[in-house]
Ligand binder design. Structure first.
Ligand code: ADP
Length: 493
């Protein structure tokens, strides 16, 4: 019986490889950063060849570091930065343009036109998404229009489109496929019927010949070419990074939720086999397909979370390191009435307000940098609470526990305050590599490394939990003040 699973965690700034053993323990890791390209204001690109090379090199380095016998790797699982769009030649595998990254805003005008045509409702109903440059559809449209001759070649079936998972898979195995969690971020996939949507492809002017096959997230995606690792390894799991993290956190049942506290926050709530259409500006997305049909999630994101703490360090220079913020916040009993709305780049769900900007309110002469630091940490918890309050409204039931991960979830003060503000317990796992672990689980389940999700659920170990301690009245007062602060920030525009 083989012992290991190789997870490829292809992120926005680095490619990581993590080898897990059967006990779901991290056995060996490697990480390689790659170039970020900003050709114009608001534009973000990656070199697809670099994504591929760094990912394969990271995998080889992790194998070498752990001295893992190649014949002991049962399968590969891929988790990837989502929505990032690549087009390549079917014959040569060469990309025809740089990858247009999820953060890239170049299709803002195209999106505006689609909204003006009144397409928002149809797109929301079919895809669960909003019209926004974030998603792949308008990025494909842009490339097909801008690269000379590309549309004709696409129509002839000479071009492949894929998100990053699909790009990696094509080069690892020669197969042009993806999984539903990634397909559901393109604006082209009907999340109810489970197929690429003819009408949407027509609307976007995208020939269906370029689209990958959509296969279950856990299953056989193909076998790596022998020249890559020296042996053939099956690729048996694929999911977008946030859905992979939901899986890695063991959130398998309806009502279970995770929040990742990184640069921004990504919250996902598992809604079972039922897609919940949001009335509160959240996204409906496919969580995964384990070969037994789709499972769905509601998703919301906060743009600036940990980034606000970086700003305190790098721009305001009132802290030396992000790690010290917890102690600084605990050194005072409250923010002294200071509220910080860190809307540096507008606000995401549930506000979707691109024009709002950051604001600090309630300052007095008695305030010190500690109050600002504490208010910045608290703002992460308030923004997360706004997401969960929308999720609860959409679902019609409360969320009862939250599992957390990401860099800023290491901050105990923040996690305690989060539990207080949500009024529910928070669980932080022992293994922080939840994204890679999710990809490993999807791959390992289909190769028999793990029998079923019950076994995986048992492997999830709590590192630390936080129970709500704040009185209801205090929580309500704080939430009212936060709402006032957001309102004030939005009025200032
Ligand atoms: P990403 O994957 O988005 O790069 P990470 O999960 O690596 O993010 O987390 C990094 C972010 O978390 C940074 O924005 C940083 O400011 C924040 N962060 C890291 N440690 C702490 C901490 N102890 N307290 C608060 N924020 C932190």
């Amino acid at each position: 019986m083989k012992e290991y699973i190789l997870a490829m965690d292809q992120g926005t700034t680095s490619s990581r490889a993590i080898i897990f053993n059967r006990k779901s323990e991290v056995f060996s890791t490697s990480q390689i950063e790659f170039r970020q390209m900003f050709p114009k204001p608001g534009w973000v690109e990656h070199d697809p060849a670099e994504i591929l090379k760094t990912q394969i090199d990271a995998a080889k380095a992790a194998i070498e570091k752990g001295k893992v016998p190649l014949n002991q790797i049962a399968a590969i699982g891929i988790a990837n930065q989502r929505e990032t769009t690549i087009l390549w030649e079917k014959n040569t595998g060469k990309a025809v343009y740089n990858a247009i990254v999820w953060q890239c805003r170049r299709t803002t005008e195209l999106c505006r036109e689609l909204k003006q045509q009144g397409m928002e409702q149809t797109i929301r109903e079919k895809t669960g998404l909003l019209i926004d440059p974030y998603f792949s559809g308008t990025k494909v449209m842009w490339m097909l229009k801008q690269v000379p001759g590309l549309m004709q070649r696409a129509e002839k079936g000479e071009i492949c489109f894929g998100t990053v998972d699909s790009w990696l898979l094509y080069h690892l195995t020669g197969n042009h496929s993806t999984d539903p969690s990634n397909a559901s971020r393109t604006l082209l996939y009907n999340i109810h019927k489970g197929c690429w949507d003819d009408d949407l492809c027509k609307l976007f002017g995208i020939p269906m010949a370029i689209l990958p096959a959509v296969l279950p997230s856990s299953g056989n995606f193909g076998i790596t070419k022998k020249e890559i690792f020296g042996v053939e390894i099956p690729v048996c799991g694929i999911a977008g990074d946030q859905q992979a993290a939901l899986f890695g956190q063991g959130c398998f049942s309806e009502g279970s939720a995770k929040n990742t506290y990184g640069t921004g926050c990504f919250a996902l709530l598992h809604t079972g086999k039922r897609p919940v259409v949001s009335r509160n500006n959240l996204l409906t997305t496919i969580a995964w397909d384990r070969g037994k049909g789709f499972e769905y999630a509601l998703e919301g994101s906060v743009f600036i979370a940990g980034a606000a703490i970086q700003w305190l360090r790098d721009s305001l220079k009132i802290i030396n390191s992000t790690e010290e913020t917890g102690e600084i916040a605990k050194s005072i009993s409250d923010t002294g009435g200071v509220y910080f709305v860190p809307a540096f780049v507008g606000m995401g769900a549930p506000y979707w307000d691109p024009g709002v900007r950051g604001t600090i309110l309630g300052l007095t002469r008695g305030n010190s940098p500690a109050h600002i630091v504490r208010a910045a940490l608290e703002s992460i918890a308030y923004q997360t609470r706004d997401l969960f309050s929308s999720m609860e409204k959409d679902r019609g039931k409360p969320v009862t526990t939250l599992r957390v991960d990401g860099g800023a979830s290491k901050n105990d003060f923040l996690m305690q305050f989060q539990a207080d503000i949500l009024g529910i317990p928070i669980e932080r796992p022992r293994v922080f590599e939840t994204t890679a672990l999710g990809a490993a689980y999807l791959a390992g389940l289909s190769t028999g490394i793990w029998d079923d999700i019950d076994e995986i659920s048992k492997n999830w170990k709590c590192g630390k939990s936080f129970s709500p301690e704040m009185q209801g009245k205090e929580r309500e007062e704080k939430l009212i003040n936060w709402e006032k602060a957001v309102k004030a920030a939005r009025m200032f525009v």
